[in-house]
Design a protein around this ligand. Structure first.
Ligand SMILES: Nc1nc2c(ncn2[C@@H]2O[C@H](COP(=O)(O)OP(=O)(O)OP(=O)(O)O)[C@@H](O)[C@H]2O)c(=O)[nH]1
Ligand SMILES: [Mg+2]
Ligand SMILES: [Zn+2]
Length: 337
């Protein structure tokens, strides 16, 4: 691909650099080494480029240094897919499930195969998210201020070969009205959007109707208006929309909704002696990143002692793999994984 490239991270457009210099990540120093490939034969240079990076020149100079895969501009126009949704709506779990399926040949019916374009980024994503997900663990809430792509893949199919970058930032950032919030800058270069809305069970949330506003959607739609982008709406947590049996006569359990008899669910005979209302799923105690933040899908998080730092994504994830996750599991429905 020749001509201008838009960096999905800083949203600047620039001519792809042609200097014979490739950045290679050094695992020992945890930094990039710049390697001059001018004297290398083409196959050796191409091999290094496959695992290497290019420093984005970021002409606006408004973003910390960041790198793109050195082969980012070697294919068709990049696809940039952003997830938009409220905090806790299920964006990270959905993206993890999607990328996992893509790697399990889930796109083969469409003649599309998937490999990593950015090997290090994908390895991080696999270890941090896919492996945890496959173990049945709960994924950590996304940290505020993430500007990097979650993963960058290469899709090969009837339409050619195209890089695909996924952005999954915190719902808190997507709900922010700060016009200079860098975390939502991916919207400038997005070529497709997935709006994620969690369908919550009114019994669990204690609300009889869904909230009428979705600030993350409204702000994103305002920024994307007139761009004519392809968009999908994903209704997450559909397993929480469970069937609740009609009240049993004499039962005063708060979990039973008043209901009228229907052909499919006739009212129980008034002489039924005992309540058969099954036990409710216990409330969610998922730890959130910041003190006082609340789990919007269920109950407030356990209070964080004042003066202590909020848990990092890593420690929060570790703390959740045990008690918190089991508190969140929903015994009413088949596994949502
Ligand atoms: N029951 C059920 N719970 C889900 C599902 N997907 C996600 N969750 C739970 O919903 C909560 C939020 O999931 P995340 O994927 O972290 O949501 P998010 O939108 O990425 O949240 P932020 O990163 O804070 O913006 C977690 O407690 C998940 O376990 C689902 O399909 N069903
Ligand atoms: Mg997230
Ligand atoms: Zn950039």
């Amino acid at each position: 691909m020749n001509g201008l490239v838009r960096c999905p991270i800083c949203a600047d457009e620039y001519r792809w650099p042609d200097e014979p210099e490739i950045a290679v990540f050094n695992e020992e120093t945890q930094d990039y080494d710049f390697v001059n490939v001018a004297a290398m034969p083409p196959d050796k240079r191409a091999d290094l480029a496959r695992g290497g990076y290019r420093l984005c020149p970021n002409p606006s100079q408004d973003t910390p240094p960041h790198f793109l895969p050195a082969t980012f501009a070697d294919y068709g126009p990049p696809i940039v897919i952003g997830l938009v949704g409220a905090a806790h709506s299920g964006k990270t779990h959905l993206l993890t499930a999607m990328i996992r399926q893509a790697y399990l040949n889930g796109l083969s019916p469409y003649g599309v195969t998937v490999t990593a374009l950015d090997f290090r980024r994908h390895e991080n994503f696999r270890k941090q998210f896919v492996e945890t997900f496959e173990r049945g663990g709960e994924l950590a809430g996304t940290d505020v201020g993430v500007i990097e792509a979650a993963d960058i893949l290469l899709l090969r199919g009837p339409g050619g070969e195209r890089p695909v970058a996924f952005f999954d930032v915190a719902g808190e950032d997507l709900e922010s009205t700060n016009a200079r919030n860098r975390a939502t800058r991916f919207l400038v270069g997005a070529t497709a959007v997935i709006f994620v809305h969690a369908s919550e069970d009114a019994i669990d949330t204690g609300r009889s109707v869904a909230a009428s506003e979705n600030q993350s959607f409204q702000l994103a739609v305002a920024r994307l208006r007139d761009r004519g982008l392809p968009a999908a709406i994903a209704v997450a947590k559909s397993d929480r929309l469970r069937f609740v049996p009609p009240p049993t006569a004499g039962c005063t359990a708060a979990t039973n909704r008043p209901s009228t008899p229907t052909a499919s669910a006739p009212r129980a005979a008034t002489s039924t002696p005992t309540c058969t209302t099954p036990a409710r799923a216990p409330p969610c105690t998922r730890t959130r990143r910041s003190p006082g933040a609340r789990c919007t899908s269920c109950r407030p998080a356990a209070a964080t002692p004042s003066g202590t730092r909020p848990p990092t994504a890593r420690s929060a994830a570790a703390s959740r793999t045990g008690s918190a996750r089991s508190a969140c599991s929903n015994p009413w429905s088949p596994s949502w994984r």
